[in-house]
Design a protein around this ligand. Structure first.
Ligand SMILES: NC(=O)c1ccc[n+]([C@@H]2O[C@H](COP(=O)([O-])OP(=O)(O)OC[C@H]3O[C@@H](n4cnc5c(N)ncnc54)[C@H](OP(=O)(O)O)[C@@H]3O)[C@@H](O)[C@H]2O)c1
Length: 273
C-alpha cells in the first residue's frame, strides 16, 4: 500500500494538495505532516492522520516518516535561505533513514539557469542536489512565481483610476495560481507520471505582461484601464523579481494537470474583490 505524506500541510499549497488527494484516494493512504498539530484540527476532521513534522526538530521527523512511501517536501517558508537549506537537509536525511522510496520537492521554476553549474548557490538547486545524492527516487516540482504578487500592484486602484502604473522594465511573467500548481503536484504525488525520476518546470505555457494585465482589468472594469510605466514607482517586489527568471516557459504544468492553466482574468479575481 502506498502511503503519501504532505509536509507543510497547514500551509496554503499543502492544504490544497491534501484537498485534491482526499477526492482521489482513500484518506487512509494520506498523512498530513504539520509543524503545529494544534492548528491541524481541520485536517483531522476530514479523517486524515496528522503527524508532527517540524523541519527544525529531527526527532519529530524520524517518527513522522515511519511507513511513508512517497513524501512531498514543501519547501520551508523561513526567510533565511541558509536555514531553509539546513531544514531541507534534515528532512532528506530522515527520509533516507526511514526508507522513504520517493521524495518530491517544491522548488522554483528555472532557478537552475541562474546558478553557476559548477557552484550552485540557491536553496532550491542545493536542495535538489542533496536529494539526488540521497539515492531516493525523486520528483522536482519547480513552481512558477505565485500569481499573488499582483496583490501589491494596486489593481483595485487601477480599476477605479483607469491606470495601472508599474515600475519601468521588460517584465514578463509565467506566473500561475496555487490551485493549478496544487493540481499538478497532486498528479505527481500520486505517481500518475510513472515510476522513476522526474523534473518539472511548472509555469504557464505562455508569458503575459503588464499590458495584458491592463487589458484584463479593462474587461473587468468595463472601461479602459491603461498601463503606464513610471520610475517613481518603488516597491521591493521589483527588486525581488529582477533576481528571478519569471519569463521562461514550459508545457509541464498543463501536461501534469491535464488541462489548460487558469486564465489570467480568473487568477487575479481574488486580488480585486
Ligand atoms: N513560488 C512562489 O512564488 C513562492 C512564494 C512564496 C513561497 N514559496 C515557497 O513555497 C512554499 C509553499 O507555499 P505556501 O503558499 O503553501 O506557503 P505557506 O502557506 O506559508 O506554507 C508554508 C508551510 O511550511 C510550513 N513550515 C515552515 N517552516 C516549517 C518548519 N520548520 N517545519 C515544518 N513546516 C514548516 C508552515 O508551517 P506553519 O503552518 O506551522 O507555519 C506552512 O504550513 C513556501 O513555504 C515557500 O518555500 C513559493
Amino acid at each position: 500500500m502506498t502511503t503519501i505524506m504532505i509536509t507543510g500541510a497547514n500551509g496554503q499549497l499543502g492544504s490544497l494538495i491534501l484537498e485534491n488527494l482526499r477526492s482521489r484516494i482513500p484518506v487512509g493512504h494520506i498523512i498530513a505532516g504539520v509543524r503545529s498539530v494544534e492548528q491541524a484540527s481541520f485536517i483531522r476532521e476530514q479523517g486524515i492522520e496528522v503527524r508532527k513534522v517540524d523541519y527544525d526538530v529531527p526527532e519529530s521527523l524520524n517518527e513522522a516518516f515511519d511507513g511513508i512511501s512517497r513524501l512531498l517536501l514543501i519547501s520551508s517558508s523561513h526567510t533565511d535561505d541558509n536555514v531553509r537549506l539546513a531544514q531541507h537537509k534534515r528532512v532528506i536525511d530522515a527520509a533516507v533513514r526511514s526508507g522513504v522510496g520517493h521524495i518530491l520537492y517544491t522548488g522554483f521554476a528555472f532557478s537552475q539557469q541562474r546558478s553557476d553549474p559548477g557552484k550552485p548557490d540557491n536553496v532550491h538547486t542545493l536542495t535538489e542536489q542533496a536529494i539526488m545524492e540521497s539515492g531516493m527516487e525523486y520528483t522536482f516540482l519547480r513552481n512558477a512565481l505565485y500569481i499573488d504578487f499582483v496583490g501589491v500592484l494596486g489593481l483595485k486602484e487601477a480599476l477605479s483610476s483607469g491606470e495601472l502604473v508599474t515600475a519601468p522594465g521588460e517584465w514578463r511573467f509565467n506566473s500561475v495560481g496555487r490551485r493549478d500548481l496544487a493540481l499538478a503536484a497532486t498528479a505527481a504525488v500520486l505517481g500518475e507520471d510513472g515510476a522513476g525520476n522526474h523534473i518539472y518546470e511548472l509555469t504557464a505555457p505562455q508569458t503575459w505582461d503588464f499590458d495584458d494585465l491592463a487589458e484584463v482589468l479593462t474587461e473587468v472594469a468595463g472601461k479602459p484601464v491603461v498601463h503606464r510605466q513610471d520610475d517613481g514607482i518603488q516597491h521591493w517586489i521589483y527588486a525581488f523579481m529582477s533576481k528571478l527568471d519569471t519569463s521562461s516557459t514550459s508545457g509541464d504544468l498543463e501536461r501534469l494537470m491535464g488541462r489548460p492553466v487558469t486564465p489570467l482574468k480568473d487568477s487575479i479575481l481574488p486580488f480585486i474583490v
